[in-house]
Design a protein around this ligand. Sequence first.
Ligand code: NAD
Length: 474
Amino acid sequence: MREYLKFYIDGQWVDPVEFKTVETINPATEQVSGKIALGSTADVDKAVKAARKAFATWSRTTREQRLEVMQRILVQYQARSAEIAEAITEEMGAPASLAGSFHIGLGLGHLNTAMEVLKNFQFEEQRGATRIVKEPIGVCGMIAPWNWPINQITVKVFPALAAGCTMVLKPSQESHFSAQIFAEVMDAAQVPAGVFNMIQGKGSVVGAAMSRHPDIDMISFTGSNPAGVEISKDAAATVKRVCLELGGKSANIVLDDAAFAENVRKGVTGMMVNSGQTCSATSRMLVPKARMSEAIAAAREAAAAVTVGDPKGNVAMGPVVSKAQFNSIQEYIHKGVDEGATLVAGGVGRPEGLSKGFFVKPTVFANVSNSMVIAREEIFGPVLVIIGYGNVDEAVQIANDSEFGLAGNVAGADLDKARAVARQIRAGWISINDGFDFHAAFGGYKKSGNGREWGEFGFHEYLEVKSLLGYVPG
Ligand code: NAD
């Protein structure tokens, strides 16, 4: 049992202003796993005050001073990695192997990338007589989701820190433990008091207070569309910058010339990673209509190979995060059956042999039409839909026929053809044959958001641009 009843404000672990707690549930066992404190508007005020005070000095630190602090964080992060991974497994059910590799690795990747970028980042440039200066935006409010908890925190905190900003972080109430250890890492690394502050709590209370706060200069939000809309409305009166990283329903176009069965299998296995709770998951697989039965055979084989069970053990997939998430996914699976899609693997109910825990069967539907609910809405669970296309133009049209535009993948042997298809997809993060890069810009088109994180692009979210005209006398 873990008890995390203090917040990290102004370099200290402090009691909440009002004492309210909530029990946390382990999704694999459905047992109480601990207790956390829930913050209030008064806690937000305290944290913002500390961040504002710290901004005066942190914003004026040199590149070298920030790198020194980040180097200390790196040492502490590495020292606590195993504990963070364990916490992730316990709070949101990621298998130990996944938590210890990808979850931890993403955090490390964002830290190393932010340090690399900072070393050469151009904070100033001369354009004729004008000096363009990029200055830290100020106090940042960061509101994060639970699905890749440490990734979502680090992708915000490190670029903001490198840019010279101070911050108040509100992690998700579903991924409290890893966030707490992360704050301990920042404390142990002696990040100057007030630069990084963390409050646990509800979105509707702590998150909303941050969005409305007149002394928070920008909000970086990752999460669902409805919450993104609420945050934008709450923030509007203060005209602060709001960077949104929202949901997706991304397409994986398997071209006719691809190593077909292999790519279908890869697409299925990839969809089940993190129990399908990945914003950029390619949850719509597009295959040539004429090869649908081949795709079904390969998908069935791949789904059957996905082991599900106790995330502390050697499994590919653990539970989904919560009862609410489990119920919502079950409803979608029912809908898929009712809509007449072909159930290739999985289905409603828990996998065989599991009577407790929020475990979902790795599920694949084929012969899906893009107008079905299961093809249009983000299920955020281990459910893949396979849609047939007549020709490549139709594949592109189907991929783009979505209110989302976050990510995608194009699998094909002819690189020029794959590139041409990738260029036509209206989304922000398109892999060609599963390409990956920490320095690429991550973010969405359309209802998937308006922000760009990762690498150098993440820095710009935390910077204001100032023009100093007549800087060089004419
Ligand atoms: P969520 O929107 O329920 O919660 C995200 C965070 O917002 C939490 O910290 C929550 O407490 C807070 N929040 C909720 N309502 C709020 C409000 N009115 N005001 C302020 N804060 C509020 O999302 P979730 O269930 O934690 O995460 C899943 C969603 O996140 C999915 O839609 C997924 O696609 C999306 N996501 C997007 C990305 C991306 O980079 N685009 C990455 C990961 C997850």
